[in-house]
Design a protein around this ligand. Structure first.
Ligand code: FNR
Length: 402
């Protein structure tokens, strides 16, 4: 998801615009566990992890977070310093903010691009800075499709979408031709090749949160009857499978591909792609076969069970089904979820005790940290030292600067 311009506006104005754009803001207290209530042992979070031929220094990943701070789509020295600072703070792996794969992919001019000499030179500097501080880094490839948010300032007349719907029942575009989809797939492949050439350690495909790839998965936005559509989720996965295959073909066989997906959509938090573990299995296994190495399973609260009858979360089920490396995410260390934090101040809590229990049980391998690592660049080092009481709480005001 995108911060969509909240950096330059006050919260009320942002929420009003966001609500007009159909983005839901809700207040939810989340899992609020008093900080000192239980003993916290961080050791497992700091074990290294091998992904193909890549060694990740620990289990903490900086989650992809749009910052809208790259004028003209070019990540500058300040963006490189921002990521380096988080690497110095002990985060093992960084997934960059969403970065646009081609001219049709974006909706704001300050989100960094992943094409064009100037933007790619900017990314090269980011990679070098992060590596100098000892962390690994993956770019996140993002295509918004027809899902526009309040800060939109680009020409959307060539927006790509499965059926002209960015939101259910809201026809705002036209179905993309197969040729346009093939061009988009090529753009993802080109971006993957550039990432490897620039020295990135892997890539992530953003297939979550109601953006283009998710618009194909979701029956409310994909009404196609050709090879990129159909009544069945597996049929609607063809576009994603082609993207994964294109990225795999454009890189060496051991170059890690991470795939971020979610049940929830910004357009509808209650939407679900898979209602049962069996459906999830039919959805995931072809993606794993196509070349996904890491599934980044996006949830808003990591402790929530995905299906009735088991306390496994989405990452837990995904690991059980595919045997692949999985990452969990959602409100780690915070008492608010991503959306409630637009409306409520957040507090640091001790929910990482539960997180480590789940990690120890083998539910997942990696943990994405989002807002907490924006608020506190030293998040990982403080967690390692067990000094959770020293963590800076997240506030939406933290988005004003890098
Ligand atoms: C996000 N998130 C997000 N996700 C994504 O896949 N690509 C993106 O570009 C963004 N952009 C973004 C911007 C901002 C300001 C925030 C706060 C979040 C979602 C993010 O990666 C993460 O999944 C959520 O924030 C939940 O993690 P936390 O914040 O609860 O730890």
């Amino acid at each position: 998801m995108s911060s969509g311009g909240i950096t330059s506006e006050n919260r009320e104005a942002y929420m009003e615009k966001a609500s007009k754009a159909g983005m839901k803001i809700e207040t939810d207290p989340g899992q609020d566990v008093a900080l000192q209530s239980e003993t916290f042992d961080p050791a497992l979070l700091f074990e290294p992890l091998r992904v193909n031929a890549l060694d990740l220094p620990n289990r903490l990943v900086m989650a992809p977070m749009t910052r809208n701070m790259s004028p003209g789509g070019v990540p500058g020295a300040d963006v490189a310093a921002y990521y380096r600072r988080r690497a110095e703070g002990g985060i093992g792996t960084i997934v960059t903010e969403g970065t646009f794969v081609d001219e049709t992919a974006g909706f704001t001019s300050t989100v960094p691009r992943f094409f064009g000499a100037e933007a790619l030179a900017g990314w090269k500097h980011v990679v070098d800075e992060v590596h100098a501080a000892g962390a690994k880094i993956f770019p996140q490839f993002w295509h918004v499709g027809l899902m526009f948010l309040p800060a939109d300032d680009l020409d959307n007349s060539n927006a790509v979408s499965p059926s002209g719907y960015g939101r259910p029942n809201e026809l705002t575009g036209k179905p993309a031709s197969v040729k346009v989809l093939e061009d988009t797939i090529l753009a993802f492949g080109r971006a993957a090749a550039s990432a490897q050439q620039l020295g990135f350690d892997g890539i992530q495909i953003h297939a979550a949160h109601g953006y283009l790839v998710d618009q194909f998965f979701w029956d409310a936005t994909n009404h196609r009857e050709d090879l990129y559509g159909g009544k069945d989720l597996v049929a609607r996965s063809r576009f994603a499978l082609d993207l994964v295959r294109a990225c795999r073909a454009a890189t060496s066989t051991d170059f890690p591909i991470s795939f971020r997906f979610s049940q929830w959509k910004q357009q509808d938090f209650t939407a679900r792609l898979a209602a049962t573990p069996a459906e999830l299995e039919r959805f995931l296994l072809p993606l794993a076969d196509a070349g996904v190495d890491i599934f980044d399973c996006s949830t808003r609260r990591f402790w929530e069970p995905e299906f009735e009858g088991s306390d496994l979360n989405l990452a837990g089920w995904t690991k059980k089904i595919t045997g692949k490396i999985t990452a969990t995410v959602g409100s780690v260390s915070l008492n608010t979820d991503l959306f409630s934090s637009f409306a409520t101040e957040s507090r640091v809590t001790n929910n990482m005790v539960r997180l480590v229990e789940m990690l120890a049980r083998g539910d997942f391998d990696l943990v994405d940290i989002g807002r907490a690592v924006i608020a506190d660049p030293d998040f990982a080092n403080k967690v390692r030292a067990g000094t959770l009481h020293e963590l800076t709480p997240y506030s939406v005001a933290a988005l004003a600067t890098l």
